[in-house]
Ligand binder design. Structure first.
Ligand SMILES: [Zn+2]
Length: 354
């Protein structure tokens, strides 16, 4: 290993104004300590975070900036669901494909983005040219330390590697992801009463509040459709925290504005499988989970959070509801447009919203 080049690249990383120095130092210590025994030349930010007692969120951005600086290479590793061997790996998401083949198991499998794709980093070839030899189950614990799905939820990934998307028409299975939909109540009336300019500014304020809280909880804004927002999260309770904090901000916003200029939203949360696709050179999701989340949002009244049975079954989500003082939950059997048979939907009114 070319240690002086490694240290030189680390110095560049440290000079970045937004650098989190303890994380860069942790990377330095970790690599120098394990360099000789490093069996795989692959580094998981999760291992480094644990080693230095930091949060993974503090470490991942340093690795991503390290890729830009030529310190690291980013690897998307596909693991066989049966024997856990790496069946293939690539440095560009555009090389990903829905199916992979394991020679050992002589089986083709779906490369689930949340379960069977792990993100690791290796030292750039200029620094260390040792060849990587895939190891099996021994070092790949299931679930992955940092899954592909988790990485794409880092806003910094989108900022730095927004051009890393799947190739056209390619799709990737995702075992489960949380989808949040919100929409403004009575926006048509608002535009009529206040005129386009004033109403548009209020809608912009509303986007600012929502986007800010969604990103704070590691959510990704997938798209806006008119005044509606669609976002995804790794876990249910993150969507809930984002929305409760946003509702509190809307309460403060509304206190400062007259009735006509107040913002009220309705919310839907659902969790299920989806497929990751490339839509107009952006990562996007498709599938019945997305449709159902939108339909659940559509049955919410102003100030209500509606969620599905799948979300209700999540003990951490329910605990989070309790902790945030959300009471008066009700259970409903409703027909959702385009979905067969009555569906169970839970509704809760936020105490912060009238
Ligand atoms: Zn296998």
């Amino acid at each position: 290993m070319n240690t002086s080049l490694f240290l030189q690249k680390l110095e560049i990383l440290k000079k970045r104004p937004s650098a989190f120095i303890p994380a860069v130092e942790a990377i330095q210590r970790w690599v120098l300590e394990f360099e000789k025994t490093l069996p795989k030349q692959r580094i998981s930010p999760v291992d480094v975070a644990r080693y230095a007692n930091l949060s993974v969120n503090q470490v991942v951005p340093e690795f991503l900036y390290g890729v830009l600086d030529g310190l690291f290479d980013l690897n998307w590793e596909v693991h066989c669901p049966q024997c856990h061997t790496i069946t293939e790996d690539y440095q560009q998401l555009s090389k990903a494909s829905r199916l992979s083949y394991c020679k050992g198991c002589e089986k083709e499998f779906e490369t689930d983005f949340a379960r069977w794709i792990e993100v690791t980093f290796s030292l750039n070839k200029e620094i260390d040219e040792r060849k990587f030899t895939p190891l099996c189950a021994e070092y790949f614990a299931s679930p992955p330390l940092l899954s592909g799905l988790e990485l794409i939820h880092y806003p910094i990934f989108r900022t730095l590697f927004g051009d890393q998307v799947l190739s056209d028409r390619e799709q990737m299975q995702i075992a489960s992801v949380t989808v949040l939909f919100t929409d403004i109540t009575g926006s048509t009336e608002m535009y009529e009463k206040l005129g386009d300019v004033v109403a548009y500014n209020i809608v912009r304020d509303h986007f600012d509040i929502l986007f800010n809280q969604i990103e704070k909880q590691g959510g990704t804004i997938l798209k806006t459709i008119g005044d509606a927002v669609m976002a995804s999260f790794i876990r249910n309770e993150l969507a809930l925290r984002a929305i409760i904090d946003a509702l509190e901000q809307f309460r403060q916003y509304n206190n400062k504005h007259c009735t006509d200029e107040q913002v009220h939203i309705k919310i839907g949360i659902h969790r299920g499988s989806a497929i990751l696709v490339n839509l107009n050179d952006r990562l996007d999701y498709f599938g019945s989970t997305i449709n159902k989340a939108a339909r659940i949002q559509a049955v919410a009244e102003s100030g209500e959070i509606c969620f599905s049975e799948q979300v209700y079954q999540d003990a951490i989500f329910m605990q989070c509801l309790k902790e945030r003082g959300m009471k008066n939950m009700s259970r409903h059997s409703v027909n959702l447009k385009g979905i067969n048979g009555p569906q169970t939907v839970y509704k809760i009114r936020s105490h912060v919203v009238k």
